[in-house]
Design a protein around this ligand. Structure first.
Ligand code: SDX
Length: 394
């Protein structure tokens, strides 16, 4: 077996073979099952796209109708999950709440039958159907209100905005939100998808797979960046302060949220579409105070860091869209999870098709053949700085 060189973060190292999506980071190309993201954003819906990703082809009208019916039928939560959510602290982050609920779903469907297509289908439908309900329920409950029940007469996107804001959304808002879900559904072997695959490779249940992925997506270097972008724009505060902010980041080599990508070395094609969606919303519902700052920031960062391939990624403009849709900032990443559940489940299903448990190797850098030193023989000082250990406060 040849051992390849060590690449931090597995950069450029193939972890699998997959036919689900394709990215060309130099050309800014993203395709789901070979179909360009621009076409899917314009012509498809999130549920149809989820079907394409998971089952490998665009559904027939009958297949799509059946899939949408199944999703509507399974949107409601078990009352025990809702009761569990009542014990969550209001100050908790919604991604932690979602991770807990996703794992808890496994308690109700604990019979694992990974070789049964019906089990796979049921798990896919339940997770895609219930994750939006979980996110919206936590939002209402942390405000002290009862969650509202899903409405079968609303589309997937409209129903989420209804459950979140307790009123039917404007049709344009619902359509734009649905396109956002399509844009965020899948992106080859990103960190949270890789996390899902590693978990899936042990043949555990799909609810644990999604819970692993949710925990991974939450980090600010991954899905959590969309929330951080808004905080950054608020911190900058004005167009005039953009360039000093960028200069300071470059001087401190600190990461500018919403920019850069392991694969894209040009502007993320999803950012381009999201920017247009934001402008559509501004035209109908009024400008966002941070948009001009964002435009100036994109210009300044491209000038200063474009030579390193640092351009806006998917998280840079998405938050400005979500703000206009009335989505609270700390729900931006759970919204990302609602969409990415389609990609995680597609890779879960693909992984099961030709599974081999992930177990990479390492380059050992520690000492060898050491002897045990009894407690009485150990030096009194705690570390090389000679600091004695402080007693742990009870
Ligand atoms: C997502 O993988 C996916 O597909 C993810 C995602 C998906 O759909 O699943 O696209 C979603 O997670 C998008 C990324 C969201 N994260 C952020 O916006 C956080 C800020 N971005 C960076 O932390 C960074 O760009 C990463 C983490 C996204 C990528 O980091 P890499 O690939 O490890 O980049 P790198 O550290 O090798 O950077 C290369 C150079 C470095 O400069 P040098 O050390 O060579 O001089 O570019 C610089 C970096 O300092 N750089 C940045 C930067 N990103 C890279 N400099 C300032 N700000 C940034 N954001």
């Amino acid at each position: 077996m040849t051992v390849c060189e060590y690449r931090p973060g597995l950069e450029g190292i193939p972890a699998t073979q997959s036919s689900i999506s394709y990215v060309d980071g130099q050309q800014g190309v993203l395709e789901y099952r070979g179909i360009g993201i621009e076409q899917l954003a314009e012509k498809s819906t999130f549920l149809e796209t989820a079907y394409l990703l998971i089952w490998g082809g665009l559904p027939t009208p009958q297949e799509l109708e059946g899939f949408e019916y199944e999703i509507r039928y399974h949107r409601r939560l078990k009352y025990r999950i809702r009761d569990m959510m009542k014990c969550f602290p209001e100050s908790g982050h919604p991604m932690d709440a979602l991770q807990a609920c996703a794992a808890a779903l496994g308690l109700f469907y604990s019979k694992r039958a990974l070789d049964d297509p019906a089990y796979i289908q049921d798990a896919v439908v339940r997770l895609l159907a219930k994750i939006p309900t979980m996110v919206a329920a936590f939002q209402l409950m942390r405000k002290g209100n009862d969650p509202v029940q899903p409405r079968d007469d609303l589309s997937y996107a409209a129903n989420f905005l209804y459950m979140l804001n307790e009123r039917e959304p404007d049709p344009l808002a619902a359509r734009i939100f649905d396109i956002c879900l399509t844009l965020h559904a899948e992106h080859t072997i990103n960190a949270s998808t890789f996390s899902a695959m590693v978990t899936a490779s042990t043949l555990t249940d799909p609810y644990a797979v999604v819970a692993s992925a949710v925990g991974t997506l939450a980090g600010p270097l991954h899905g959590g960046a969309n929330e951080e972008v808004i905080f950054m724009l608020q911190q900058i505060g004005s167009v005039e302060k953009v360039r000093p902010f960028v200069e300071d980041c470059v001087a401190r080599k600190s990461r500018i949220m919403g920019f850069g990508h392991r694969v894209y070395k040009v502007k993320d094609p999803r950012a381009t579409i999201l920017q247009k969606l934001a402008e559509q919303l501004f035209e109908k519902f009024g400008q966002d105070e941070y948009y001009e700052i964002a435009l100036e920031l994109e210009q300044a960062v491209s000038e200063k860091l474009g030579h390193k391939g640092v351009f806006p990624n998917v998280d840079f403009y998405s938050g400005l869209v979500y703000r206009k849709l009335g989505i609270p900032v700390d729900l931006f990443t759970p919204v990302f999870a609602i969409a990415r559940a389609a990609g995680w489940l597609a890779h879960w299903k693909e992984q099961l098709g030709e599974n081999r448990i992930f177990r990479p190797t390492q380059i050992y850098t520690g000492p060898r053949n050491q002897s045990y030193v009894t407690l009485s023989q150990r030096p009194q000082i705690w570390d090389k700085n000679g600091q004695s250990p402080q007693p742990l406060t009870p």
